[in-house]
Design a protein around this ligand. Structure first.
Ligand code: PGA
Length: 255
């Protein structure tokens, strides 16, 4: 199955507008010759408008958001709607990141509502799943992944699933410098694909892109991205500087 790799920067609560402008100037020249891989940058909300203007509908670098409300509009202080993101030509939205789940208490039920809002608005969700260290040590990683996928993707049709990207991010590997081994990651990705097959059908599951996330760096990107079920990367820390992020993107170029 020929799945185009997708490498996304999750800047989290980093990067001012000025820093974003500087990053893009450098980064663009570094990926000028890069083809065959989809690049996504998810800046904080405050930098989206500027980045959108600078990208000007670029086919190469797509715009992402890090979160979104499940509600359409109204009295939800501090929230951002799908319509607001679409107005700025945002294409992807990261949903259910482990930091949202753990620090802000987001449940699978809420993530599922957001997934449906995103799909109904023409945004492609990047749905994050992943086990904690405690769950892995107890040998429960597969059941945790299955519960998160079933909950977060409830009532998503096979047709809609083709627009969904999954990010497998073991919580113990995020921002810790500890990466899942290529074998651990491949096993988890294969398991995710099997579950997607149960939720839809095998042909659909074979089309869905599954990113790996958790301390992806230039040094480990190549081996991770060459695993058969790893279709890209969701990159935090190493996406804050143009050079390492460009190197990770290049690891996704088909060869
Ligand atoms: P990290 O973050 O690359 O800094 O580990 C990844 C993520 O949380 O998406």
């Amino acid at each position: 199955m020929n799945r185009k790799k997708i490498v996304a920067a999750n800047w989290k609560m980093n990067m001012t507008v000025a820093e974003t402008v500087g990053f893009l100037e450098n980064f663009r020249s570094l990926v000028d010759e890069v083809n065959g891989v989809e690049i996504v940058i998810a800046p904080p909300f405050t930098a989206i408008a500027k980045l959108s203007e600078l990208l000007g509908g670029s086919q190469k670098i797509r715009l992402g958001a890090q979160n979104m409300s499940n509600e359409k509009s109204g009295a939800f202080t501090g929230e951002i709607s799908a319509t607001m993101l679409r107005e700025l030509f945002v294409r992807y939205v990261i949903l259910g990141h482990s930091e949202r789940r753990q620090i802000f208490g987001e449940s699978d039920v809420l993530v599922n509502k957001k997934v449906h809002t995103a799909l109904a608005s023409g945004l492609k969700p990047i749905v994050c799943v992943g086990e904690t260290l405690e769950e892995r040590d107890a040998g429960r990683e597969n059941e945790v992944l299955e519960a998160q996928l079933r909950g977060s993707l409830a009532a998503v049709t096979a047709e809609q699933m083709a627009d969904v990207v999954i990010a497998y991010e073991p919580v113990w590997a995020i921002g810790t410098g500890r990466t899942a081994s290529p074998e651990q990651a491949q096993d988890a990705h294969a398991h995710v694909r099997t579950i997607l097959g149960h939720l839809t059908n095998e042909a659909t599951a074979a089309k869905v892109r599954i990113q790996y996330g958790g301390s992806v760096k230039p040094a480990n990107a190549q081996i991770l991205l060459s695993q058969p079920d790893i279709d890209g990367a969701l990159v935090g820390g190493a996406s804050l500087e143009p050079l390492p992020f460009a190197e990770i993107v290049k690891a996704g170029v088909p060869r």
